[in-house]
Write a protein that binds this ligand. Structure first.
Ligand code: ADP
Ligand code: MG
Length: 571
């Protein structure tokens, strides 16, 4: 997994090298500073030569300016590296999620995918920048500082060496405690947000029951829980910070006292003592970094693992290696002993189903809900693959076609029409991204949308969706139909396309649909029998499979399932 992680550094090798080199340089300067001070006190001060002191100070200034620039590079370019990696990962993830088949989305919550794409990658990005670099720099500074400290005084260094692990443990432990406190704070704020969302979206219910006080009391409880959690987190934070601060001062104090004794007994010069104290300060930096990493590493890696898990989920509907793109399918559809179930545990929804639909024919599927009508229509564009049997179009197994070319031949209009945030024009043109203005207007006209759009002040540029115009079910349906006119597929699937509409709207849309169905192989799924009167053939689908098949009049005469449905709906 680490190798996978580092592979994301590859495209940004140059950035990494520059950042890393500067970081090493900054670290070396940090180590050099106490030594410089020591030389300054022990060697320069006794000479009382002002000229040399000025000269040394000026060169120190130059070195500092350079170091400042390096600091800038490390902070800016280093974070840029992290952001670049995060962006690359997000690209990979989005591309992969788009490729996933329907089964993946059946089993994955949208919220989880979203949090993967935002939060997890955010953590990983932070880690990608700070992880490897900080680890190296921290160890380098740490070892460097200790080597130089041992060089100055052995006993003092041993004392520090004993205290340091305790300090690391203390800081890491505090970090864990603090994270727990922040986590419970986040949980409480999630509760509060959930409550607000509920009450606001349910405000009509709240007000009609005059339950405002009840809502307020529930909200108050959550809001106060949040306060408790957040105050608690700050309390721990204050405790931790002050204690760590105290520990660090204590260490300096120990060095000071023991160091004083050592200088009195001529085991150490003044310059060495000052230098040693400065070194203990230099040490605190890597200690902080290492304990931050100890805590960041599992979090970043856990996020990375969730990320990898998605990347490694192969879509279960894939192109066969020898799949060929098909062109100009006529739309002769056959099911040969098709068996399919969503979950192994639940058994098949469709069992050994056989039927044929001629090119250009309009076939209606009717039957009780849950019988498997939508399932049948999902198998044709390979949203799912059959468990056994075969579906052919124009005699070719659909698994021998590329998914893309197959789906280019099929248009689906469902009960729910999804509109994207954007203009009406963009939403219609979704059926053919390179459609000309002429084509878009023609499609809108044939979908009976023109009149409605022309009455809008912004016409085709009207924003729809979330922050724009709210469209009625019938209007949305017409946009879906306009998309189909643009896409112009030889095979058309209408799955309860008009079921949610009132009878009058349905009649208008039905005209557009009849126009659309002309010269195409059309599967109509509907529960209102009036809708399918003109179908060439009707198939009655029940749990048992296709129970009856024939024209409208034939089925009425047969006195079976369809005749019963017909009787009920006519009264
Ligand atoms: P119809 O369109 O005839 O109302 P469906 O084809 O939607 O019926 O559903 C047939 C059966 O398959 C139902 O029992 C339904 O619960 C089940 N089903 C439909 N979609 C899924 C899915 N995505 N995952 C699991 N089971 C499903
Ligand atoms: Mg259905």
């Amino acid at each position: 997994m680490l190798r996978r992680f580092f592979s994301y550094y590859k495209p940004h090798k140059r950035l990494f090298i520059i950042d890393f080199t500067c970081a090493v340089f900054v670290a070396i300067l940090e180590l050099a500073f106490p030594i410089a001070v020591q030389q300054f006190i022990d060697k320069l001060l006794p000479t009382e030569n002002w000229d040399i002191i000025v000269l040394v100070s000026v060169s120190l200034l130059a070195v500092y300016l350079l170091s400042t620039f390096m600091q800038y590079v490390v902070t800016y370019w280093g974070h840029k590296l992290g952001v670049n990696i995060e962006t690359d990962m997000r690209q990979d993830l989005f591309q992969h999620v788009q490729k996933q088949s329907f089964r993946f989305f059946d089993n994955t919550k949208t919220g989880h995918v979203m949090s993967r794409i935002t939060n997890d990658l955010f953590d990983i990005g932070e880690f990608a920048h700070h992880g490897p670099e900080d680890l190296f720099i921290a160890f380098m500074t740490f070892i460097g500082a200790f080597t130089l400290m041992f060089n100055i005084n052995f006993h003092l260094s041993v004392i520090i060496l004993i205290i340091v692990p305790i300090l690391i443990w203390l800081i890491t432990y505090s970090n864990i405690k603090m994270n727990q406190a922040w986590k419970s704070m986040y949980e409480e704020i999630a509760e509060v947000n959930g409550r607000v969302e509920d009450s606001v979206s349910g405000v009509r219910v709240v007000q009609s029951f005059t339950n405002e006080d009840y809502e307020m009391s529930r909200f108050t409880k959550d809001n106060y829980n949040f306060r408790k959690a957040k105050v608690g987190a700050y309390k721990i934070m204050a405790f931790v910070h002050s204690n760590i601060y105290m520990m660090m001062r204590l260490i300096v104090l120990v060095v000071l006292v023991y160091g004083a004794w050592l200088t009195f007994n001529n085991h150490m010069s003044y310059g060495e003592l000052v230098s040693f104290i400065l070194f203990t300060n230099v040490l605190f930096n890597p200690i902080n970094k290492i304990s931050a990493l100890l805590e960041m590493y599992p979090k970043g890696m856990a996020g990375f693992k969730r990320f990898i898990d998605i990347l490694d989920t192969e879509p279960d509907v894939q192109d066969r290696p020898n799949a060929k793109p098909v062109k100009n399918l006529k739309g002769y559809i056959s099911f040969h002993k098709v068996t399919f179930g969503y979950e192994k545990t639940q058994g098949p929804v469709i069992k050994a189903m056989n039927f044929h639909i001629n090119a250009g024919e309009t076939v209606a599927f009717v039957g009780p809900s849950g019988a498997g009508k939508t399932t049948i229509s999902s198998l044709i564009p390979r949203f799912y693959d059959v468990d056994s049997g075969q579906i052919t179009i124009d005699g070719i197994d659909i698994r021998d076609m590329t998914k893309r070319s197959l789906r280019e031949h099929i248009g689906i209009v469902q009960q729910d029409v999804f509109l994207f945030t954007g203009t009406l024009r963009e939403n219609i043109a979704y059926g053919k991204l390179d459609a000309t203005e002429e084509e878009i207007r023609e499609a809108a006209r044939r979908a009976h949308l023109e009149e409605f759009i022309n009455e809008l002040p912004d016409g085709y540029d009207t924003q729809v969706g979330e922050r724009g115009l709210k469209l009625s079910g019938g209007q949305k349906q017409r946009i879906a139909i306009a998309r189909m006119f643009l896409k112009n597929p030889p095979i058309l699937i209408l799955d309860e396309a008009t079921s949610a509409l009132d009878t009058e709207t349905e009649m208008i849309i039905q005209q557009a649909l009849n126009d659309l169905a002309k010269d195409r192989t059309t599967l109509v799924i509907a529960h209102r029998l009036a809708t399918i009167r003109n179908a060439d053939r009707i198939m009655v689908v029940t749990k048992k499979g296709i129970e009856e098949e024939g024209t409208h009049d034939e089925l009425v005469k047969r006195n079976g399932v369809f005749a019963n449905l017909h009787k009920v709906q006519m009264h």
